[in-house]
Design a protein around this ligand. Structure first.
Ligand SMILES: [Zn+2]
Length: 312
């Protein structure tokens, strides 16, 4: 499916006829006066920044009047959002973009996405979400379809003041080797889960080894995965695979896992993120808060009405 850019007229139709104030997530509305807003009015970037809205109604008026190309809000709260003064904490955010995935089983060209890689991005999101909820005890976690990928946004009181966000990133993506690979729970289990998730999708072109080694690793894939799942320490004891290759192979998967999430977004609390309910005009998709991630289908649930009314 080729999604083309929304025209000015289509943006106007979207904000006048389809957009509803109630589609702005509650986790945004509840502290709306403390968020910075940023607008891209013409597709040339977020030139209209440092805006604040005391109430959701004022924001609605602004949208209907301006039907912007793109809308973002800060992940941080400020007592004076227009000046970004007096920081009051930031959401803990994970940005998983389908177009940037280092390993995908489709043949999308660079910066393109398709049904398949959007689904693979969602699988990654589901796994990270489980880790955040089950291992790290996150309670107020919201999933958002961003237009070409997904955001996970946590607003628990405990996470807002966090400083060392990169450690959480390593934990949920499984991008650092655990001391003991085979503990039944905790980080070891997360590492194995994420290792398997990525290795399952690995193809010849994704491995930086000689043809012999690559062929061996791929032909033993099922056995490696099932041994790892059942915690067999010999999961990589394969003829032709030496200890250096083992190490390099694991390091390679870890590196890929480290790139599943755009780390800059997690670490940088000055970031702005696309606001759910608004239009991603470049691809004519809606950014939406997802109520049920398992059944969410972006190609059904994030397509604005005007796309279906387009004449070919
Ligand atoms: Zn694709």
């Amino acid at each position: 499916m080729e999604l083309k850019e929304a025209s000015l007229r289509e943006r106007k139709i979207y904000y006048h006829e389809e957009w509803k104030e109630k589609d702005v997530p509650e986790f945004i509305v509840e502290r709306i006066g403390e968020r910075e807003f940023a607008f891209d009015h013409d597709g040339n970037g977020y030139n209209d920044r440092y805006k604040g809205f005391e109430k959701i109604g004022l924001f609605s008026d602004f949208l209907v009047k301006n039907f912007p190309y793109a809308v973002c809000t800060s992940v941080s709260y400020y007592s004076k959002p227009k000046n970004r003064e007096d920081w009051r904490g930031a959401e803990l955010v994970f940005d998983i973009d389908a177009k940037d995935l280092a390993v995908k089983t489709c043949d999308c060209k660079e910066s393109k996405v398709c049904e398949k890689c959007l689904f693979e991005a969602k699988e990654i999101v589901l796994n990270i979400k489980d880790t955040l909820v089950q291992d790290l005890g996150i309670k107020r976690l919201f999933a958002v379809y961003s237009g070409r990928g997904y955001h996970l946004r946590a607003v628990d009181d405990e996470v807002l003041p966090l400083e060392r966000r990169s450690e959480i990133l390593e934990y949920v993506t499984g991008s650092k080797r655990p001391k003991d690979l085979f503990l039944s729970q905790g980080y070891s289990a997360v590492y194995r889960k994420m290792f398997i998730l990525t290795f399952n999708k690995i193809r010849e072109k994704n491995l930086p080894f000689s043809k012999n080694i690559t062929d061996t690793l791929l032909s033993e894939k099922n056995s490696i995965i099932s041994k790892l799942m059942s915690c067999h320490a010999d999961f990589l004891d394969i003829k032709g695979i030496g200890s250096k290759t083992k190490n390099d192979f694991m390091g390679h998967i870890q590196k890929i896992n480290g790139s599943l999430v755009d780390g800059k977004v997690t670490v940088d609390v000055k970031r702005i993120l696309r606001l759910p309910s608004t239009l991603h005009s470049k691809v004519s998709m809606k950014c939406v808060e997802i109520k049920n991630l398992e059944i969410f289908d972006p190609l059904k649930d994030a397509i604005p009405k005007f796309v279906n009314e387009r004449e070919e």
